[in-house]
Design a protein around this ligand. Structure first.
Ligand code: 9MR
Length: 358
């Protein structure tokens, strides 16, 4: 049995900086003082972020976006929740504003996402169980949405998060219940018919931390290709946490690239919020985060150039991250490359170092 942790033992285990700072824990993030060039200036691949219209009125954020990225993804406004009205009609106000922002600033638009198990709009729920009606509405939705951004979206996440969390097969959802597993290839064919230009992606998460889930994801991708579905790229969201073992990202990238398709690191962030007893200092957490970001970019850079679709971070400033939303305590997690004031963190410097081969 280990001896109980005394206050003295705890303090001895902490680096001097944390003790001096009065152990404020997660709230204080170390700041990167050396200048960091814009991400897009050093990367030989598209760099993206997610955006939402609610933040486009914030000049500091828009400045940061334009300085650092060449591509944007709508954080939620090209999803069913924003587009499909309860009466079954479409509202394109929000996604059009995102597309207009991209167009106005010469940014590539990665569209996200046509079909997601988590988005089951009331208009679809009402016809749950009515296969002919649901088939028609599904076709109509994909045609209308993918068709609207034809020529503006360079790419679509056609199906998002189809694999079960434990990697043991595919999720059951409104779509699979009504249309069978063919809802997946059907979505790709429908998207292709509506937009013959956009690159069509299958997107999922935890592909780095869960090798079984990755195998299932790749099995699905292979089966789609074999069936003739127009799958053209693989998106790996890459929501990591700082405790991920070094090497897992590199292995995952190699596996994902094995099909020869372009790879999109589509939602990168590295959560610094450690559950349970956390004896690490803010500096140690920032170091671990930076090492993981470095590994992601380095692994991506090792892909053949034609497979480097883009690296997108899921926001730029820590304060804009989805990880600040309930039930998470706000301000605790510092998952992104810039702090709340828009200053580059160690993770941004690590991105630049890896993108420039250092
Ligand atoms: O970050 C997004 C958050 O603002 C939205 O409320 C939420 C629901 O639309 O989606 C979040 O983004 C998710 C992405 O679309 C798919 N992968 C997981 C992301 C974080 O939940």
């Amino acid at each position: 049995m280990t001896s109980p942790l005394t206050r003295r033992a705890l303090i001895a285990a902490l680096p001097a900086a944390a003790v001096a700072s009065g152990c404020k824990g997660h709230a204080q993030a170390p700041v990167q003082t050396a200048p960091v060039p814009p991400l897009k200036a050093v990367a030989q691949f598209p760099v993206g972020t997610c955006i939402s219209t609610g933040k486009l009125g914030d000049p500091a954020l828009v400045g940061l976006v334009l300085r650092n990225v060449t591509q944007v993804t709508a954080e939620w406004e090209m999803k069913m929740e924003a587009i499909l009205r309860d009466d079954g009609g479409f509202d394109f106000t929000r996604p059009d504003a995102i597309a207009a922002f991209a167009g106005q600033h010469g940014l590539r638009l990665h569209a996200h996402t046509l079909v997601w198990y988590a988005q089951k709009a009331p208009a679809f729920q009402r016809i749950d169980g009515n296969k002919p009606a649901l088939t028609g509405a599904y076709r109509n939705y994909i045609q209308a949405v993918a068709g609207r951004y034809r020529g503006r979206a360079v790419s679509w996440d056609v199906v998002n998060e189809a694999v079960k969390d434990d990697g043991d097969g595919y999720r059951e959802c409104l779509w699979s219940r009504n249309l069978g597993i063919d809802y997946i290839p059907d979505a790709f064919h429908l998207a292709r018919a509506a937009d013959d230009q956009a690159l069509l992606f299958l997107n999922d998460y935890n592909l780095e931390s869960n090798p079984k889930k990755r195998r299932t994801f790749l099995h699905l991708a292979e089966a789609l290709l074999k069936s003739g579905a127009p799958l053209q790229g693989l998106g790996t969201q890459t929501h990591l946490d700082i405790n991920l073992q070094p090497g897992m990202v590199t292995t995952a990238m190699r596996d994902l690239a094995s099909l020869g398709l372009p790879i999109h690191v589509s939602e990168l962030d590295v959560s610094t919020r450690v559950r349970g007893l956390d004896l690490s200092s803010p500096q140690e957490r920032a170091d671990r985060q930076a090492r993981l970001v470095h590994e992601v970019v380095e692994a991506f850079m090792s892909l053949p150039p034609q497979q480097r679709f883009a690296i997108t971070t899921w926001g730029l400033r820590d304060s804009d991250s989805w990880l600040q939303l309930a039930p998470n305590p706000p301000g605790v997690d510092l998952p992104l490359l810039f702090d709340k004031a828009g200053r580059p963190k160690e993770a941004a410097a690590a991105f630049v170092a890896a993108a420039t081969g250092r």
